[in-house]
Every structure is written in C-alpha cells, then in structure tokens.
Design a protein around this ligand. Structure first.
Ligand SMILES: *[C@@H]1O[C@H](CO)[C@@H](O)[C@H](O)[C@H]1NC(C)=O
Ligand SMILES: *[C@@H]1O[C@H](CO)[C@@H](O)[C@H](O)[C@H]1NC(C)=O
Ligand SMILES: *[C@@H]1O[C@H](CO)[C@@H](O)[C@H](O)[C@H]1NC(C)=O
Ligand SMILES: *[C@@H]1O[C@H](CO)[C@@H](O)[C@H](O)[C@H]1NC(C)=O
Length: 499
C-alpha cells in the first residue's frame, strides 16, 4: 500500500522548521567548538568533533558577516570588503579545524593576495604561529623557508590560481610542508575534468584527502573548489608517470574518462567522403571545437605549439596560431619543423620560434624524394603518393642535392622535449607522411603527450578542375584518412580534420 504523501505546504513548513532548528544547533556547536579550540584543544585531539564533517562554511558565518559588515560600514566604508573577507576566511579555517586538518598549534603558511586577510583571520582564531607570502611581491617567495617548516599550508585563489609557474609552486609547497602536514587549495579553476586532472597531476606527490565546493566570499563571487592534500611519509611521485615515456619500453597511454567525454563533445568527423572537399573542409573549420574553448588549461607546466611541415611562418604560425588559436593568455613555445630551405630564412629572426630544418619522419635518416617527376630515382621503385620522404637503402648512386632531405625521428624528439605536464598542440601537414608518422606516434607512446591536433590528411580526393577525377598525387583513400583520425581520437587526442 502506498503511504499518503504530506501536502506540499506541510512539507515546506517542516523543511523550514528543520532548517531553522539545525541552523540554531550549528550556531551553538560553532560557538562551543570555538570556545574549546581557543582553549587549546583542537578537534584533532578530541575523540569526537563538534562540527559535523559536512558543515558548510556559509552557515556558520552568514549572520556574523552581516553584523561585522554593519559595524565596519559605520566606521569606514572602504574597509568593508576586507572585513568581510576576514570573516569569510575565519569560517573557512574554523571549518578546517573542525575537520582536523588545522590545529591551533600548527605552524601555518598562507599563500595569498597583497592584503592578507587570510592570516589576520588565522591569527584571530588562535593559530598564532603563522606566516604569509604573496606571489605578487616576490618572484621566489618560498625561498626563505627551510624544508619541512609548516604543518599546514593554505593557498587562496590569489595563490595557485595566479602562479605563473604552477609546477615550481607545487614543488616548493611539497618542500616546505612537514610530513603528515596538510595543504589546502582554494581555486576558482578545476571546474572541468581536464583542469581538475591537471591540478591533481601537479600535486601528485601528495595524497588527496578531500575535494568539495565552498561558497565564494559573497554572492557575486564564483564557487570555490577546496581540495585538501596530505604529504605522506616519504612519497615523492613527481615525474613518476613520465617514466614510461623514457627509454624504449612503452605502454599504451590510458585515456581517462574526462578525455573521452571531451572528445565526444568535439565536432563529429565527416564520415562521408565529400564530393567538394575544398568547400566541405573549409566550412568545417567553423565547427571546430578548440580544446581551450572547452576546458581551462591552467595548471600545465609549459605550453607548446609544434607545426609539422610548417612551410611559411605566416601560414602555420603568424596568421593562424598566433591570431586564431585560443591561448587563454598562456605563453607558447613554438617549434616549426620544415625541411624545405626555401622557407628557412623567414624563421631566422622570429622570437620564440625554434626552427627544426628537417622532415618529420620515423627515424633519423636521409630521405630522397621526387619533385614532380614520375619515374623516381629511388632504387628503381616507383614512388607515388608519399611525394617525399621515401627512404632508400643504397643511396650513393642517387645523391642529388635537390631531392635529398634530412629526416628525423619525430616521435623520439617529442618525447625528449615535451613533459607529460605540458600542454601540446600539433598541426601537421606532411603530404601523406602522416600515414607513417601517426602510427609511429601511437606505437611509441609519444601520442600521449599531445593534447590537441590539427591534421591535414592527404588522399586521392575529387578534383576541382575536372569532375569525376581523383587526384593522382596521393594513393590513400578517404576511408584510410577517417581511420587515421579515429585512431587518434581513440588514443585520447582531440584531433580535428584540417584543411
Ligand atoms: C579607511 O580604511 C582605509 C584602510 O584601512 C584607510 O586607508 C582609509 O584612510 C580609511 N578611510 C577613512 C575615511 O577612515
Ligand atoms: C630540501 O628539499 C629539497 C627537495 O625537496 C632537496 O633537494 C634538498 O636537498 C633539501 N634540503 C635539505 C637541506 O635537506
Ligand atoms: C620548397 O617550397 C617551394 C615553395 O613552395 C617550392 O616551390 C619548392 O618546390 C619546394 N622545394 C622542395 C625541394 O620541395
Ligand atoms: C636524431 O636527430 C636528432 C636531431 O638532429 C638528434 O637530436 C637525435 O639525437 C638523433 N637521434 C639519434 C638516435 O641519432
């Protein structure tokens, strides 16, 4: 038999009563816990906690915020935000005390803004042994602290979120924190899976204890992620997950679920071979969902753009990457890989661009190719399709300065230059060699290093000039191109069909 449901109005009333009651209880408990902790006995040392673990910081403070604000407002209007911020942080720290992450005798450090409401709050609630730094005031703010100085480190959103070098930040916090100490992060980022994973990777020498959302300091500020880490005994994992990339042994990179979700949300691949590819692909560029338009790319180590088969500076860098790619104001290091010496001069004086005057290939070797000539010079084999980059074993008979280029092992190079914490964008336009390069990237695990890729796939496409005729330049089919794109997406690379 079904139970009769309470009428909505009853429900509402009882809800309100329950809330009022629990609010009252919480305020009482907060007082009590405060009195107890101020007397020097933290939650940590008690058998039980006066605060329930789930207490939301805003509940305990909403009344005090208004009254404190009113008092301050009467005295000095400009000081209001500061007073409210202080109250806000008091409630944050009380909450952390209640949960056992902070105690009154913890030696504590606040990393935050210029004004330092955090540490005033910390001292007011009785954590006297505390210091603070602001990243804005010094380029190496941590340097004055010895190893294992603090039992508690807190970074407000003016800390980590604004750190120019998050990896250095993470290493320094690890260094100055005592074993068994806690590190509490407040961040406005980490709202998407990519950003959250980047943050966890940044602090992978710590153990994550808890991740939750707390309110910002007023209704107009965004929600804040509070993530609590602990420094365990003797664990230092930094770079551990990069080891599989070094040396020859490789495992397939695992593709986390947030990446699968991202790729699912990307523009779909064009399944049908387009009859007018020159129109279809151009149009498709408007649909492209750039990675930085979907996720927050902060918390990466370095930002890199690699143009493989870069051709002219303007084509791949100046008028595209610099102008159109959404970079979230990050400084990118740029690499241009281009074997054709015609283009080398224009790279000479470009700041921040490294030219690699080679052809991207699957190993270091000299390559021979034909220039618009049918019968090739390459061992009597007819070379079609790949256009260039056809390796020859016995080369001595065919040396010809005009059709010889130096190929280099692109996958090995990528692994030697890029770290897993880096953000890497690759644009590839290599006249058919992609059918060699991509499988090699996957096989070596170098593919795991690439976040986003713009790939021109070369196939025997329908020609503009002459309907019903396919391009004789390339032998691969559209289906093979699709396979290439799909394999990249399966391997966790957000790849776009590029033109
Ligand atoms: C209000 O406080 C700020 C800083 O606390 C101070 O600079 C300012 O002079 C004060 N204004 C008045 C009117 O007292
Ligand atoms: C401090 O820690 C860093 C790395 O965490 C280490 O390289 C250094 O040797 C330590 N210094 C001392 C004095 O123990
Ligand atoms: C280099 O590029 C120029 C300009 O696109 C082209 O005319 C030339 O054939 C290329 N040279 C080689 C060796 O591919
Ligand atoms: C291949 O060439 C690159 C670039 O010149 C070089 O850095 C690398 O050491 C070479 N690798 C091997 C195995 O020779």
């Amino acid at each position: 038999m079904e139970m009769p449901r309470p009428k909505p109005s009853n429900l509402l009333l009882s809800n309100i009563l329950v809330r009022l009651f629990s609010f009252g209880v919480l305020v009482l408990l907060a007082r009590l816990a405060y009195v107890i902790t101020v007397k020097g006995r933290s939650c940590e040392s008690l058998d039980f906690c006066f605060f329930p673990q789930s207490i939301k910081s805003n509940i305990a403070t909403s009344t005090t915020i208004t009254s404190a604000a009113a008092v301050v407002a009467a005295a000095n209007i400009s000081a209001v935000p500061s007073a409210r911020l202080k109250t806000y942080y008091s409630s944050i720290f009380l909450d952390l005390i209640a949960q056992g992450f902070l105690s009154l005798n913890s030696k504590s450090l606040c990393i935050g803004g210029i004004t330092g409401e955090e540490i005033i709050a910390l001292k007011e609630i009785g954590v006297f042994n505390s210091a603070r730094i602001s990243l804005k005031k010094s380029s190496r703010p941590f340097i004055r602290f010895k190893n294992q100085t603090f039992g508690f480190v807190f970074t407000s959103t003016a800390g980590l979120d604004e750190a120019a070098k998050p990896v250095e930040f993470a290493l320094e916090v690890y260094r100055i924190l005592k074993r068994g100490g806690f590190f509490v992060v407040h961040t406005e980022s980490a709202n998407d899976g990519y950003s959250f994973a980047s943050l966890l990777q940044l602090f992978d020498s710590f153990t994550m204890i808890k991740s939750s959302e707390v309110d910002g300091f007023d209704s107009s500020s965004p929600l804040i992620h509070e993530i609590i880490f602990k420094k365990e005994n003797g664990v230092f994992r930094f770079n551990e997950n990069e080891q599989f990339l070094n040396g020859d042994s490789v495992s397939k990179c695992s593709v986390p679920s947030y990446k699968r979700k991202l790729i699912k949300n990307a523009e779909p691949l064009i399944r049908e071979e387009p009859l007018k590819p020159w129109i279809t692909f151009k149009r498709n560029i408007k649909n492209v969902k750039y990675l930085p338009s979907m996720v927050d790319i902060s918390f990466r180590n370095q930002y890199r753009y690699v143009a493989v088969g870069a051709k002219s500076y303007g084509l791949s860098i100046g008028s595209w990457f610099k102008r159109r790619y959404p970079k979230q104001d990050k400084p990118f290091e740029i690499y241009a890989i281009e074997a054709n010496s015609t283009f080398h001069d224009e790279y000479r004086f470009k700041k921040g661009v490294t030219l690699l005057p080679y052809a991207a290939w699957i190993r270091n070797e000299t390559l021979f190719f034909e220039i618009k000539r049918e019968a090739s010079l390459t061992n009597g084999k007819r070379v079609r399709g790949t256009g260039r980059n056809q390796a020859v074993q016995s080369s001595s008979n065919f040396v010809n300065v005009f059709n010889k280029i130096q190929g280099f092992d692109f996958a090995a190079w990528l692994k030697s230059v890029v770290k897993e914490r880096d953000y890497v964008v690759v644009k590839m336009d290599v006249e058919g060699t992609e059918f060699h390069l991509v499988p090699r990237l996957i096989e070596t695990g170098a593919i795991c290093l690439i976040d986003e890729m713009f790939l021109e796939c070369h196939y025997n496409r329908w020609q503009r000039c002459c309907p019903e005729k396919r391009s004789p330049k390339y032998s691969n089919t559209y289906a093979q191109c699709l396979e290439l794109y799909s394999s990249l997406r399966e391997n966790g690379v957000l790849v776009h069909q590029w033109w």
